[in-house]
Design a protein around this ligand. Structure first.
Ligand SMILES: NC(=O)c1ccc[n+]([C@@H]2O[C@H](COP(=O)([O-])OP(=O)(O)OC[C@H]3O[C@@H](n4cnc5c(N)ncnc54)[C@H](OP(=O)(O)O)[C@@H]3O)[C@@H](O)[C@H]2O)c1
Length: 308
């Protein structure tokens, strides 16, 4: 059954200055919600930018549990913040302890949505991950995301604990590769290639992943919020199309003319195919096919290069 559209709600959206939550905030505002967007707001510019999107800025710091500005009477919390300092103490404090303390602070909400990552899965070659698969330190090999997988795994446990402890219905969504008209890994690959920086890939080709477009992030949200419960269920969060880096690189070159060097290296994100059957079983259907999303991104981000 189709859930009621998300409108007229008071929503706390954490990580609003981030690449995924920024577009989500604009979509939520456009749908008629009151959106309180959080960041540490280290500079005035970031606060003004968020306000220009119709979002009410709320300064929080998950690492120090500084939550004084959070308003009461919220309907939903959508937790998109993530700390990536590469310092284990700091990132576990923000991503795991911080989220548990945030749940305590907002108890009474209808649902707490926690964005996790498919970086929590133990690499398993070309077998698509389902939610019950083994967990592992998937992103460590990259070299610059040392704390990421472990702190995202710890965060899931912190959400499950705090949800039970404080009686807050929660849902955990493991996002695979987000992208949209203005951001994402494919866009970064083109930008890096323009600077002469290659993309590293595994020797275990094809390097397959699953995308989720901004519009489908927004569109699937009501389906997932409806599943919030105690204990908190877990869903893979992506579209079902399996796309390899090799395949999407060729498409990016077709769209922009930019040659993107792919270099086989152990310092890479391993192939990470994901099975979203559990999410699709809720009745949600993705609306953006990846080539269409890439075309839109290339036109928007690289208008001078775009080969229409
Ligand atoms: N991007 C991807 O490819 C990808 C893939 C799978 C899953 N995900 C998940 O999607 C979510 C969004 O990721 P993203 O890539 O959009 O993140 P991002 O661009 O790195 O943004 C991170 C956000 O978290 C906030 N933040 C960091 N440390 C904080 C702290 N101590 N207290 C409060 N806020 C803090 C940042 O705010 P300030 O720095 O302004 O304070 C920023 O708004 C995360 O849960 C991530 O794990 C992302």
């Amino acid at each position: 059954m189709t859930p009621a559209p998300l409108t007229g709600a008071k929503i706390l959206l954490t990580g609003v200055t981030g690449q995924v939550a920024g577009p989500l905030a604009r979509n939520l505002v456009a749908a008629g919600n009151t959106v309180y967007g959080t960041s540490r707001f280290a500079d005035a510019d970031s606060r003004a930018k968020v306000e220009a999107d119709g979002v009410i800025p709320v300064a929080i710091d998950l690492e120090t549990a500084s939550f004084d500005e959070i308003p009461d009477g919220l309907d939903y919390v959508i937790n998109m913040a993530v700390a990536k300092s590469n310092n284990f103490d700091r990132d576990l404090a923000a991503n795991a302890e911080g989220v548990a303390l945030l749940i305590e602070r907002v108890k009474g909400v209808k649902a707490f949505f926690h964005c996790s990552s498919c970086a929590v899965y133990e690499p398993n070659g070309h077998v698509s991950h389902v939610e019950t698969d083994d967990l592992g330190d998937n992103h460590r090999a990259m070299g610059f995301m040392t704390t990421y997988s472990i702190s995202k795994i710890a965060a899931e446990s912190a959400v499950k604990y705090a949800s039970k402890r404080f009686g807050v219905p929660a849902v955990i969504a493991r996002l695979d590769v987000p992208y949209g008209p203005g951001h994402g890994w494919p866009q970064m690959m083109v930008t890096l290639a323009q600077m002469g920086i290659p993309t590293t890939i595994s020797a275990d080709a094809p390097n397959t992943h699953c995308f989720l477009h901004d519009r489908d992030i927004f569109g699937s949200l009501p389906y997932l919020l409806e599943q919030a419960a105690i204990p908190a269920p877990i869903y893979n969060w992506c579209a079902p199309e399996l796309v390899s880096i090799e395949e999407w690189t060729a498409e990016l070159t077709n769209l922009t003319g930019v040659e993107i060097p792919l270099v086989v290296s152990e310092q890479c994100i391993p192939p990470n195919p994901v099975d979203p059957s559990k999410l699709l079983g809720l009745g949600w259907t993705p609306t953006v096919e990846w080539r269409e999303g890439f075309r839109e991104m290339a036109q928007n981000c690289f208008p001078d290069l775009f080969k229409g």
